[in-house]
Design a protein around this ligand. Structure first.
Ligand SMILES: Cc1ncc(COP(=O)(O)O)c(C=O)c1O
Length: 394
């Protein structure tokens, strides 16, 4: 399906709402029926009916069609956050006694789902680096039900070979699910590679303006229906109609924003790699990235998140750099218009900082929509402040 058609037309039945170009926010929790028979039909198949907005809602249904089509999936389910999409789907797929193989460094709350929440219900997990297919073949057990992927992750960017993992999982009757937030469907198509379910934090690039929380899972109609009819309706993580409308608006410019973020990141990472104050630049499309070949094979473009380490890094230098930025923000999240940084030390107290652990040195950078030169100038002046601080802290 044509990308322009999906973003601009699919699912929009304008004749039903005065030919308005922007779809209405159907701000109603409840929907009435003309007859008891109509109500009975809806109650018998809530997955396809407009009955109550904890299930389906007309504004959400426009978005549902677009997000499913973007992933090349049969259907989609929308959630009030990315982690709700991930947790609800995973919980729906496993039961007591099941085993999961999960990549080692997923998003932090996904990590807690597998390490803390699921063990309470008798579901165990094995964590694997995931950069080699052998990691998966060695970790599966007779009771492995699910393989959880995140490719690339959003701190050290390890990739999994999606086609190889999907082929292996299918041969063993194991379901695969991936967090595709980093790439979005525009830069990576996991379903085409054979992955069963694709989750995204729509809070990031889909929303794109740092003003809405949302999540989505896409996949076969059968799996999406299973998640909907059981855990989704029980846990109640529905997205609000107004949030759905903000996402529909975000989608109009997704291609432009993603391309801008990608191109600016290429310019900035190239500049950083040559800067004498920078030790490491980790970005999947950098030629120095260990899995650059796989990244170029399975991704059509690259997200605007990357990590850097300063030369002769230290706790004080990392703080001096981040505090020295005048335009880029110190903030979590990403995918919005605004560029920002998150240093690993934001979650490491000084006494726990290990100078020999490269992960402790990383500063995660997100490049948004500003002019790349404007951002380079900001980084440049912050690096100068680090150099000045060297004399103070040495
Ligand atoms: C890679 C990734 N997946 C999932 C999430 C969770 O999404 P949300 O914050 O929308 O719940 C995040 C949030 O930062 C993320 O970065």
């Amino acid at each position: 399906m044509d990308l322009s058609y999906i973003l601009n037309e699919l699912g929009e039945e304008r004749g039903q709402y005065y030919n308005a170009v922007s779809p209405p926010v159907m701000q109603s929790s409840n929907f009435a029926f003309n007859t008891v028979a109509d109500m009975r039909n809806a109650m018998g198949n809530e997955f396809d009916a407009t009955l109550y907005s904890r299930g389906q809602n007309p504004t959400l249904n426009i978005l549902r069609k677009k997000l499913a089509a973007l992933d090349g999936a049969e259907d989609a389910l929308l959630f009030s956050s990315g982690i709700a999409a991930i947790s609800t789907s995973v919980i729906s797929l496993v039961k007591q006694g099941d085993h999961v193989v999960c990549v080692e460094n997923p998003y932090s709350w996904t990590d807690k789902l597998f390490r803390q929440l699921l063990p309470k219900f008798g579901v165990t997990s094995t964590f694997v680096t995931g950069t080699s297919i052998d990691d998966f073949t060695n970790a599966v057990k007779p009771n492995t039900r699910l393989i959880y992927l995140e490719s690339p992750n959003t701190f050290t960017y390890e990739l999994q070979d999606l086609k190889a993992v999907a082929k292996f999982a299918k041969a063993h009757g194991i379901i695969t699910i991936i967090d595709n937030s980093y790439c979005t469907p525009l830069f990576q198509q996991p379903i085409e590679s054979g992955i069963d379910l694709v989750a995204q934090s729509a809070t990031k690039y889909i929303g794109g303006h740092s003003d809405v929380m949302a999540g989505v899972v896409t996949g076969s109609r059968e799996l999406i229906r299973q998640i909907f009819e059981h855990e989704f309706m029980n846990l109640g993580p529905a997205l609000s109609p107004h949030s759905a409308w903000l996402l529909l608006r975000g989608l109009r410019t997704l291609q432009l924003r993603l391309q801008r973020s990608f191109e600016s990141t290429r310019i900035i990472t190239t500049w950083l790699a040559e800067h004498d104050g920078i030790e490491t630049v980790l970005w999947p499309f950098s030629s120095s990235f260990p899995q650059a070949k796989l990244a170029h094979e399975q991704m059509q473009g690259c997200g605007g998140l990357f990590s850097i380490a300063l030369k002769n890094s230290s706790y004080a230098k990392i703080e001096a750099f981040c505090n020295g930025l005048q335009h880029m923000l110190i903030a979590v999240s990403w995918g919005g218009h605004e560029s920002l940084v998150v240093p690993a030390i934001a979650s490491i107290p000084p006494e726990k900082y290990d100078a020999d652990n490269e992960r402790h040195q990383y500063i995660r950078v997100y490049i948004g929509l500003e002019d790349p030169q404007y951002l380079i100038d900001d980084i440049q002046q912050a690096l100068k402040k680090v150099k000045l601080s060297e004399t103070v802290y040495s």
